[in-house]
Design a binder for this molecule. Structure first.
Ligand code: RI2
Length: 309
């Protein structure tokens, strides 16, 4: 396989959602860039930089919403080197460092977030988030008896992946259709979801359906926690950039649209939850109120105002 074919293959897996989940696409992109850097033959440092940039651009274009992808690529591509050999070493180091930190972050989020779960709690989760599942599994492993209610998460049914994971962990789980979220909310003690993007003012962009669950939770006075690694925060939003909401193919919602003449199927993959509905964001550096997101971006992502302007 040619080096670029490996990048194309990973890009296609991310685009088609064979590899999915904000964290998983980020680590897959980092690993792809690392493997590409080791496999390419470059005539000079400039040639290496150019080839790396092409690969990074390909991966970046796969899914437009999750900022984890651009943050991961930015971190890997932040190499400064004088020679070809040191450039390669730096890319490998950056990528491995990102992947390792992201694994550690998941563990820490689990340890911190699980403290908010009490013995006997009922927790509702939406879609399939490794960060949210880390919180649930850590609570379960620490001996707390919990029950999880998981939504199906149409149209891609990531909820089925979630119930499979929870089942393997031995956690008592109930599966509901997305529209049953309000019906069960009065039984729920805590909602835990993941994040695709958290903006500078603490707004959450996550799987379609999250915003209505947050609204229901707020109405029922149920706590709402977001579990997210700090690389899910968006530096671009400090500059006023809006988050692009990915619209996916109609066929994911309705396989045969051809028999209708006047119907258009809309399939936004994510929605926006205002920070007022979020009680806490559990990151690897601690639990923060959403209003502190700006500080996470400045301090954790080492992001400077003049970058990208
Ligand atoms: P982790 C997923 O996006 C879901 O929206 C999920 O909440 C989020 O990524 C975070 O997942 P998609 O790829 O990074 O299913 O916590 O569209 O695993």
């Amino acid at each position: 396989m040619k080096p670029m074919d490996q990048v194309l293959e990973t890009s296609e897996k991310i685009r088609s959602m064979e590899i999915r989940g904000a964290g998983r696409i980020a680590t897959a992109a980092a690993a792809s860039l690392r493997d590409f850097s080791l496999a390419i033959e470059a005539r000079s440092l400039e040639d290496f930089n150019l080839q790396m940039k092409r690969a990074a651009d390909l991966l970046l274009k796969t899914r437009p919403t999750a900022v984890s992808l651009s943050n991961a690529i930015r971190m890997v591509m932040k190499y400064r080197a004088e020679t070809l050999a040191s450039a390669r070493t730096a890319v490998v180091l950056n990528a491995n460092c990102f992947i390792e930190n992201s694994e550690k972050a998941l563990e820490k989020i689990g340890r911190i977030g699980s403290r908010r779960i009490r013995d006997g709690d009922v927790v509702l989760t939406h879609c399939n988030s490794l960060a949210a599942i880390s919180v649930l599994s850590t609570a379960h492993k620490s001996g707390k008896k919990i029950k999880v209610i998981a939504t199906e998460s149409r149209p891609r049914f990531q909820g089925i992946t979630t119930i499979g994971m929870l089942d393997r962990l031995g956690i008592e789980t109930e599966l509901i259709v997305d529209s049953a979220a309000r019906s069960v909310m009065n039984e729920v003690d805590l909602v835990v979801v993941g994040a695709d993007v958290i903006t500078a003012n603490g707004t959450l962009v996550n799987k379609i359906g999250t915003a209505q669950i947050a609204l229901f939770a707020s109405e029922a006075r149920t706590s709402f926690m977001v579990a997210a690694e700090t690389y899910k925060f968006s530096p671009q939003t400090i500059l006023g950039e809006l988050v692009t909401i990915e619209e996916r193919e109609a066929g994911e919602v309705l396989p045969d649209i051809s028999k209708y003449s006047h119907v258009r199927v809309r399939n936004p993959a994510f929605d926006v939850t205002p920070h007022q509905y979020i009680d806490m964001i559990c990151t690897e550096v601690g639990v923060i109120p959403p209003e502190m997101s700006y500080l996470i971006i400045k301090e954790r992502l080492g992001w400077e105002m003049d970058e990208d302007i």
